[in-house]
Ligand binder design. Structure first.
Ligand code: UT7
Length: 326
């Protein structure tokens, strides 16, 4: 059976760095609290004139270069984002135009922080079915644009960035071995943006009530995330008849170092096998997994033949895994 292989990876972050020390001047917080509770030291923030499609385009361009694939070869572009440039057209359409991927269909994937893996699973199904040959999946976010900079519970957590992969039919047993996607909509109010959509359209009142910003019940989300991620990584390993020790590299969603450590502990995995980038970038939502993947490919931790496990958890609630023979 055809497997879907990652042909190339790329990522991009805005230049502007926001440190914990700078945040201390903005809200009642401390560098110590942020480091101890989250592991985050700094994050990147997009400029006023930079939108999600700008970051997505840069990451996509780099992924094409790494894959040695031309934009005109792409059949499909999926952009996973919770911070699209606008309601419509989809951010993927804007990226398709910028890349010059004239043959490609394009749509967005909305599964919050799990969006990249949901997109990967979708692309995998198209390629396995023989419908498409070359697909780009991008996770891209400007979370700073929906961050309430007066809310210390959330504003210290997030950052902006983008990561992208180019996928195609695999060879020699290499490629995506499995994907597992999960949703529990009954907990949608743990992490959400209440305003701006059809439930609470933009009005002067909705702006005054700050409804257009992320709301999160952090501690409750934390507990569900730890449990769900422990389950989803075990599910991936067991579904493939493997043992935790077989996994060479874990690429987790970068929300909180304590959540990442709990997942590694459940797998009895040393942290040396775990890719951690959140100290530099914070939680970049759908971009976090492909950004971390790119870093681990570039620094040589991920090489052909390695067994790589991706996992993510986010608003919805959604959570997911993908196991890849690189
Ligand atoms: O990516 C999508 C999924 N997202 C996640 O998985 C995030 C999950 N949640 C978390 O990462 C953690 O829950 C947080 C980092 C958000 C919070 O850590 P926590 O250990 O769960 O702390 P908490 O919410 O229970 O708050 C503890 C205390 C509270 O004070 P009191 O009520 O004990 O007096 C908060 O008000 O920490 C306070 N606090 C802060 N203090 C300084 C909350 N935010 C801050 C802050 N600086 N920025």
């Amino acid at each position: 059976m055809t497997r879907t292989m990652v042909l190339g990876v790329g990522s991009f972050v805005p230049e502007n760095v926001l440190t914990n020390q700078q945040l201390e001047k903005m809200v009642d917080t401390s560098d110590e609290w942020i480091r101890e509770r989250t592991g985050i030291v700094e994050r990147r923030i997009a400029g006023a004139n930079t939108a999600t499609s700008d970051l997505a385009y840069e990451a996509g361009k780099r992924a094409l270069e790494a894959a040695g694939v031309g934009a005109d070869e792409l059949d499909l572009i999926i952009v996973a984002t919770a911070t699209p440039d606008m309601f419509f057209p989809a951010t993927a359409c804007l990226v398709q135009d910028r890349l010059g991927a004239r043959r490609a269909a394009a749509f967005d994937m909305s599964a919050a922080c799990s969006g990249f893996i949901f997109g990967l699973a979708t692309a995998d199904a198209y390629i396995k079915a023989g419908l498409y040959k070359k697909i780009m999946v991008i996770g891209a976010e400007t979370v700073s644009k929906i961050t309430d900079w007066t809310d210390r519970n959330t504003c210290v957590l997030f950052g902006d960035g983008a990561g992208a992969v180019v996928l195609g039919p695999g060879e020699d047993g290499r490629g995506i071995l499995s994907t597992h996607l999960h949703t529990d909509g009954s907990m949608s109010d743990l992490l959400y943006v209440p305003g701006g959509g059809s439930r609470n359209p933009a009005t002067h009142e909705s702006i005054d009530q700050r409804l257009h910003y992320i709301k999160m019940r952090g501690n409750e989300t934390f507990k569900v995330a730890v449990r769900a991620l422990e389950e989803v990584v075990v599910e991936a390993i067991e579904a493939n008849g493997l043992k935790p020790a077989d996994i060479d590299v874990l690429v987790p969603h970068q929300a909180n170092l304590r959540i990442i450590q709990a997942t590694a502990k459940r797998l009895d995995m040393p942290m040396s096998k775990v890719v951690v980038t959140l100290h530099k970038y914070g939680n970049t939502s759908a971009a976090s997994v492909p950004m971390a993947l790119d870093e681990a490919v570039k620094d040589g931790r991920i090489t052909p033949g390695k067994l790589v496990l991706l996992e993510a958890f986010g608003g919805g609630l959604t959570w997911a895994s993908a196991l890849i023979r690189w």
